[in-house]
Design a protein around this ligand. Sequence first.
Ligand code: PXP
Length: 240
Amino acid sequence: MIELGVNIDHVATLREARKGRVPDVIAAAKICEMAGAHQITVHLRQDRRHIQDHDVEALKQVLLVRLNLEMGATDEIIAVAHRIRPHSVCLVPEHRQEITTEGGLDVAAQIPRLREVVKGMHDRGIHVSMFIDPEEKQVDASAETGADYVELHTGAYANAEGGKRDSELERLETCAEHVRLTSLKLHAGHGLTVRNLEPVAMIPGLCEVNIGHDIVARALFIGLENAVAEILDILHECSL
Ligand code: PXP
């Protein structure tokens, strides 16, 4: 079955709107875990706009499922990852003014540096994923860095409509075929929702999706446990 990482950044976004203690990010993570999520994903941004260092520390202590840390490969955040040692890190590009992660990481442009980052993580038992646009060049570059997984950026697919959506899906499918020729495991994420997930979940070889905004948004109306469960149902159906 394709595994589900629930990104709970936006529970923290709501908390940070008042700089208070609610909603409780750790409680949210435990509800996702109890609903059947295979992993909790958080993005510790340089500007700390949502998830804080103490969230990552607490999650590492209390989770029974895997903790996946999305991060820009800056020295400061690398030091945090080395100290806390999540199960995995997903390296993403990060620009201060962006609303969310826009575009994939240009791995091909920085192979020697990223090879060092991967080695530093591996030395501490941390797995590494590269968040990339669905391009063969970036897949090959990711393999060259020694990364364990690539997460294909599904944002362009999610934002497209009609024929454009079909061609973005084809791009993902073609790139996934290329990933299967490497030793990299295949993940996908960004902009995925209860409505657009199915075609992506049908891509052969896909083993994990990370979904955040849609789950947290739907949780306001149907509850977090139900929002996780309906995504798990789709993943289950697509695995049959
Ligand atoms: N995967 C990665 C690498 C991301 O950066 C994000 C957004 O933080 C997600 C998945 C989740 O995206 P969304 O919130 O749109 O589901």
